[in-house]
Design a protein around this ligand. Structure first.
Ligand code: ADP
Length: 290
């Protein structure tokens, strides 16, 4: 499995001068978050007042039944959407009422996304897929050679160093998801948001993907928020948040966190990978998201 290159952990630390102590600042802080959709005559209250503080370096698994508001929360946390009311402080900055352009800048700088359906461009190599966010990222103009280098580093970090020039349909589902994780990493985000990233994967491949998330979390200090409806996947996190009817029903530490690397070591050797067809998405859609 991939060995992630050592980079300094990203941890926000505040110094409490009076007490002479250091303590962690929440990287994400939401208060009384409400999101209401209006569909014709119907009003849908997707979030009905949610409060969460997430410290840098946490790995939060967000669970709950379908329709409970998980994706709505992720869209707001990922600066893809704004709340109807309530506040969202990201890295000490109130982003709840920011313009769409300002939100896009913050998103490109701080957040990486991974989705269930991989969302790779099918007629584009792994390397070019991973380079894409750097083309759309207005905040930081990089030369082609630097983009190339970063994309190769990201693919190598997720164990795909020998598949730079493969197209998605030449890769297995797990490999495609790793390309998607490399794409999320290439802008060096401090937060990774993943929406059902193992939803299309078999058991072993799911553990491999969770191994990558755990390594990114532990070795790089990346804060991870992972939506899943599978409890066994949630147990790879450090904390469990369960939604019901747009509210947080449960928020607790995970007492016995699963260790994906140990589990993989105990499994029999993998069978050969089988390429699976990938979803294709228009490039302009990726531009808004990655
Ligand atoms: P989950 O991710 O837990 O399945 P969602 O956040 O997707 O839940 O949805 C919460 C509620 O908000 C559901 O009733 C859903 O139908 C509704 N909803 C989500 N997005 C929209 C939207 N863009 N327009 C209207 N209703 C929406």
């Amino acid at each position: 499995m991939a060995v992630l290159a050592a980079v300094p952990a990203v941890v926000a630390v505040a110094v409490d001068a009076a007490a002479g102590r250091e303590h962690l600042m929440p990287v994400i802080s939401i208060r009384d978050l409400v999101k209401t959709y209006h569909v014709g005559e119907v009003t849908v209250r997707a979030l009905r007042g949610a409060d969460i503080d997430v410290e840098a370096g946490e790995f939060v698994a967000v669970t709950g039944p379908s329709g409970s508001g998980k994706s709505t929360l992720m869209h707001i946390l990922g600066c893809l959407d704004r709340p109807t009311s309530g506040t969202y402080i990201l890295d000490g900055k109130d982003v709840s009422r920011m313009s769409k352009d300002d939100l896009a800048l913050i998103r490109n700088r701080k957040i990486g996304f991974v989705f269930q359906g991989f969302n790779l461009l099918s007629r584009t190599t792994a390397l070019d897929n991973v380079e894409l966010p750097m083309l759309y990222n207005g905040a930081e103009k990089l030369k082609a050679a630097e983009r190339h280098k970063r994309a190769m580093e990201a693919l190598t970090a997720v164990g795909l160093g020998e598949r730079f020039h493969h197209f998605p349909n030449q890769l297995s589902g797990g490999q495609q998801q790793r390309v998607a994780i490399a794409r999320a990493l290439v802008t060096r985000p401090t937060i990774l948001l993943a929406d059902e990233p193992t939803g299309n994967l078999d058991t072993r491949t799911s553990i491999e993907v969770m191994d990558i998330f755990q390594r990114l979390n532990v070795e790089r200090g990346i804060t991870v928020l992972l939506i899943t409806h599978e409890m066994d996947i949630a147990e790879y996190g450090t904390r469990l948040v369960r939604f019901r009817d747009g509210k947080i029903q449960l928020d607790q530490k995970i007492a016995h966190r699963r260790d994906a690397a140990k589990e993989l070591a105990a499994l029999p050797p993998p069978e050969p990978d089988v390429p699976v067809p990938s979803d294709d998405v228009p490039a302009e859609h990726l531009g808004g998201v990655v």
